[in-house]
Design a protein around this ligand. Structure first.
Ligand code: ADP
Ligand code: ZN
Length: 691
């Protein structure tokens, strides 16, 4: 038995899977209550650096170590995958039922496929597949479980001089097998991806592994194709919508070291890589990297830790770096490389503001005349437009015109959002859904409930009536929820079957559509009023990114921002393109008060079903709040969403200097104040959401 081995141990009456964490001398363990290991599993062990990573994350986030280990050790994946069988068409002799016809049609369409794929695509049971195999309809073809090797020497594009210089630095960082952090900054289209793939090539060349983290799984269809182009084979992907058998196969390819490049969502950080040499966090500023439930952690920050423990080089890539990373470059903790221009001389989009005070649309409409005219004009040239509004559904609020009642969620402090396509009112916080009431729930008047404000579906409707000839596609996470569906939408856009793409956050990132020349931001002010400390920063990043979708190829692009505040610093920065000035101004605002990244924050959220119990717990904690120089405690205050999923919530915000171990104070504080079991305390270190 050695440290890292995966074992089964007794826990009360249960048997649980765990890992040998460390070895200790007899004198150390004699004092503790130990149990015997039942058995050691024939499974890949947890490497030393992964165990230290679990320790580190648990300490830092204050989550129980077992919860963090559960991210790294998944008993259901340990069993080695059975050899996968791909089916192809055999001889057709017996009766062909409708179900069997569907299976054959599927095979004709996609070639050989495994059982799970056939079951899904042809909507049949596994029994049908088995029976077809038995009667010779289907012929098995055993497929190797090994990942296809990526070829680091596959012909690559010739890098520009600037790209090549930076790629050289990144390659030598990987080669040195020491820890380093590099911020790779560059406007969208500058070739950041092309450049950091050179670092990946270096890792592959040494027979080691690379991990690329992406904020959105929606990216991966186009992204995977791109990797295949660069390295001649698909990478191993890791995200939440894999099937169990895909996941298990990927897991074993990774633990065996067979998978050279893993592209994944944040959970990929906890995989047991035996030979991690390079990590890339693409779109490092993206707040989707923050895991807000269970173990609350920021994947970008934890990726840096993982890289340090693995002695790997890590690259943070972004067109709009987070203030955190930028300040780290200023302080000399991170290297910093900037790709200054778009590859191939493509010009950055011309960004302009549309002053909505002047170009106010009629009541119930949300698109100004200049924006609609511009869309009409580029469509007539056969180009494509994208409209961005970060609001799913049809309208964010249903209001009774008779009594002013607003339809709210029974479980949350939130309005219900009207979704016409789904035909329901939906809570975006807890998922509560209900039919749209025919009468006002407060005054019982009929036909008085009115949709207020726009969601993407309403913008779609407005385009349909303004430009009836335009072919439209709405892209949001609720309408396009599978990889296949996303890929299909991308194909339709690439094939030129779409004139106007209307979407939320989902369309902001990564996509590369050469024929897209106009981006319209329906409500550029939306994120500015967020009220939290990063609202302006986040808004500038998101809008810059959205604007960057335009004109990525030969044709020049334009972005139009509809705003009621054209002189807001964020809008001015976007129009002038001087984000650096904006960043410096943001930093100057935050530094004096010791706000992040110049100080640290931690949030304590106290919640309970009973409002009095929650309030009392917050008061008790307040009475015993730690008092220490360099530590400020704000609150308790009712959370902005004071009711969430039926829980009443109070918040404390702790602010401390960068060097103060804020966790230590929280631990002591919570140990001092006994709280009833009905009270739940959530600790959020480095919070980015303040709701
Ligand atoms: P970023 O990641 O900075 O947005 P990409 O790496 O995606 O930029 O590059 C933008 C586009 O330009 C991509 O289609 C990419 O293949 C192409 N490109 C970038 N650098 C080169 C190069 N040196 N040679 C050929 N094509 C390039
Ligand atoms: Zn709700």
């Amino acid at each position: 038995m050695k440290a890292g081995d995966v074992v089964v141990v007794p826990l009360g009456a249960r048997r649980v899977t765990g890992s040998v964490w460390d070895t200790a001398s007899e004198t150390q363990w004699k004092e503790r209550k130990l149990k015997h290991i039942i058995t050691k599993l024939d499974a890949p062990g947890l490497p030393e650096d992964l165990r230290r990573f679990v320790d580190w994350v648990a300490d830092y986030t204050m989550a129980p170590r077992g919860s963090v280990l559960a991210l790294a050790l998944k008993p259901s994946l340990l069993e080695r995958p059975q050899t996968r069988v791909l089916w192809r068409e055999g001889c057709i002799s017996a009766r062909v039922t409708e179900a069997r016809k569907r299976v054959l049609a599927t095979l004709a369409a996609i070639g050989a496929a495994d059982t799970a794929t056939l079951v899904n695509a042809a909507r049949v049971s596994t029994g049908v597949i088995r029976a077809m195999a038995n009667s010779g309809f289907l012929i098995p073809q055993v497929q190797s479980e090994k990942a296809t090797k990526l070829n680091p020497s596959h012909p690559a594009p010739v890098l520009s001089a600037q790209q090549a210089t930076i790629a050289g630095e990144l390659r030598s960082a990987v080669r040195s097998q020491t820890f380093s952090v590099t911020l790779l900054e560059g406007v969208t289209g500058a070739g950041k991806t092309e450049t950091y793939l050179e670092a990946v090539a270096e890792a592959l060349l040494a027979g080691r592994q690379a991990l690329i983290l992406l904020p959105e799984i929606a990216l991966s269809a186009q992204f995977t194709a791109r990797i295949a182009e660069r390295f001649g084979a698909d990478p191993t992907v890791w995200h939440s919508s894999l099937t169990h058998s895909q996941r298990r196969r990927a897991f074993h390819q990774i633990t065996s070291g067979d998978a050279g490049l893993i592209v994944g969502a944040r959970s990929a950080l906890f995989l047991p890589f035996p030979a991690l040499a390079a990590v890339v966090v693409d779109e490092e500023h993206d707040t989707a990297y923050k895991q807000e439930e269970g173990v609350i952690y920021h994947a970008r920050d934890m990726a840096v830790v993982r890289a340090r423990l693995a002695k790997a080089a890590i690259i943070l890539a972004s067109a709009t770096p987070s203030l955190e990373s930028w300040v780290n470059t200023q302080a000399g903790r991170y290297h910093h490389h900037v790709l200054k221009s778009r590859h191939g001389g493509a010009q950055p989009p011309q960004v302009s503001a549309i002053d909505m005070r002047i170009h106010q649309p009629p009541r119930g409409h949300f698109l100004s005349a200049p924006l609609v005219d511009q869309i009409a004009s580029i469509i007539s040239r056969g180009e494509q437009a994208m409209l961005f509004l970060n609001r799913r559904g049809y309208a964010p609020l249903m209001l009774c015109r008779a009594c002013g009642h607003r339809v709210t969620c029974p479980n949350c402090t939130a309005w219900l959002v009207a979704h016409r396509r789904l035909g329901v009112l939906l809570c975006h916080h807890c998922g509560h859904q209900q039919a749209q009431p025919a009468t006002c729930p407060a005054c019982y008047a009929t036909d008085t409930l009115t949709a207020i404000g726009p969601g993407v579906e309403r913008i779609d409707e407005e385009i349909a009536s303004a430009l009836p000839q335009a072919r439209r596609l709405v892209m949001t996470s609720d309408l396009i929820s599978t990889q296949e569906h996303a890929a299909e939408s991308v194909r339709a856009i690439e094939a030129g079957d779409v004139d106007v793409i209307i979407g939320t956050q989902m369309i902001a990132k990564g996509w590369h559509f050469p024929n897209l020349t106009l981006v319209g931001v329906v409500d550029a002010d939306l994120g500015l009023s967020g009220g939290d400390l990063r609202a302006a920063e986040r808004s500038s990043q998101l809008l810059h990114q959205v604007s960057g979708r335009a004109g990525r190829a030969v044709r020049a692009g334009a972005a139009l921002l509809q705003t009621y505040h054209p002189d807001h610093p964020v809008i001015e920065a976007l129009v002038s393109g001087d984000l650096k000035k904006f960043r410096a101004a943001e930093a100057a605002l935050r530094q004096p008060g010791g706000w992040p990244p110049f100080g640290r924050l931690a949030a304590l959220i106290i919640s309970a079903k009973d409002p009095d119990v929650a309030a009392q717990a917050a008061r008790n904690l307040a009475q015993q709040a730690p008092n220490s120089p360099g530590l400020d405690i704000l609150g308790p205050a009712p959370a902005p969403i004071s009711l969430l999923r039926g829980q009443h919530r109070w918040r404390f915000l702790l602010r401390a200097g960068r060097r103060l171990a804020i966790q230590h104070f929280i631990r002591k504080w919570l140990n001092q104040v006994p709280l009833p079991l009905a009270v739940h305390v959530t600790i959020d270190i480095d919070p980015i959401s303040f709701l």
